[in-house]
Ligand binder design. Sequence first.
Ligand code: 13P
Ligand code: SF4
Length: 377
Amino acid sequence: MPKMETADIETDLSLFKYDNLEQLPEAYRGLDEDERTDRIETAKRELGDDLVILGHNYQRREIVDHADFIGDSYQLSVEAANADAEYVVFGGVTFMAESADIITDDDQTVILPSMEASCPMAGMAEALQVDAAWAEITAAAPDADIIPITYMNSYADLKAFCAEQGGAVCTSSNAHEVFEWAFEQGDKVLFLPDKHLGENTAHRLGMEDSIAEWDPWDPEGKSAEEVAESDIILWDGYCQVHERFRVDHIEQIRDDHPDANVVVHPECRREVVEAADKAGSTAAITQTIEEADPGETWAIGTEIHLTNHLQRWHPEVEVLPLCGDACMDCNAMRQIDPNYLTWVLEELVAGRERNVIEVAHQEAELANVAMERMLEI
Ligand code: 13P
Ligand code: SF4
C-alpha cells in the first residue's frame, strides 16, 4: 500500500471544500422547466455513451428525472465503479463526487454541477483533527488494535487516513458488516463522523454497553483514557436534517394514523430508531415502500425530497413525512440546481469541463484502498 504522511495533506477548513467554485453564467439563470428539460435531454443525446448521470435519492425531482441511476451512497459508488463513460456527472454532494473520482479510472472525469454542495457532517471530522485525536487515543490504549472506520460522508483525506491505519469506509447500508470486519482485524473501532449511525450500529451488534463518545470540541469531554476503555469510540458528528426527528413525532403519527408504519434513516437519534418499525439507508427506505401493499401507510424519517419522490412514485401507498412541514431538505443537496446541470452538460457538448472534482493522486490511491475494502466486505 502506498505510504502517505497525513500531516502533509492540505486540509481546507472552509465549508466549500473546493475553491475552484464557478458561478452559474447569467444566461442560465431563470430557465423555465420545459426549455431546460429539452436542453438537458438534447445534451444527453449528443454526449451519448460518453456520459452517465448519477442521482442521489435526496436530489430534486428536476435532477433525478434526468439521472441514469438513482440510489443511495453505496449503490452510486458501485455504479461509479462500473461506469465506462468518460464523464460522470454527479447529482449529489462533494464527498460523493470525490468518492466517484477515487473509484473511477484516471481517464474518467467526475463533474459536480455546483461546487457549493458540501455536506456539513463531512466537515465535522477533518483529517488533521482526527490525526491529533488518533495520537491521543492510541497512546491511551497501547495494547489495543484500534481500527478507524469512516462513514462515506467524509472527505477523501479522512478516507485515506483510515486506509493508512488499517481501516475502511462504510455506508449506512453496510455499517454493521464493516464493524464486524473491523472486529476481526482488531480490538476496538473508532467511528467517524456520525455518532448516531455509530450508536445505532453498536446496538444492532449488541455492543451498546461498550460505547464512548469523543467530542473534539469540548475540553470538558471524556479524556482519551476514558474513551479508550470502550470497544466503540464515536466521533461527535451528526446530521442536522436527521437530528430533527424526535420520538414525539412518531407518537403523533401513530395517534393521527393508527395503522401507520414508520421507517427512518440510521442517522436519526438512537431513541427515534428504537421507536420506529424499521431503519435503513435511503435504498432500504425506497425498497420498503416498493414492497408495501397498496393502501398501507408509511411515515418516513429522512430528507424530504426522498419522501416526495416516494409519494410520486408510489401513489398506491400512503407516504407521509414523519414530522410534517417541519421535515427538512438538505441544504447541501439542494445546491445542485437544474440550471447548473443544464450548464455543465452544454459545456461538455462544447468540449469544456466545468466544476471537475479531482482528488490528489496520492490521497485518492489511499482512499481507494479504504473504499475497496468496503466493496469487498
Ligand atoms: P444513504 O447512504 O442512505 O443514501 O445516505 C446518505 C446521506 O447523506 C444520508 O444523509
Ligand atoms: Fe450530509 Fe445530512 Fe445532507 Fe446527508 S442529509 S448529505 S448527512 S447534511
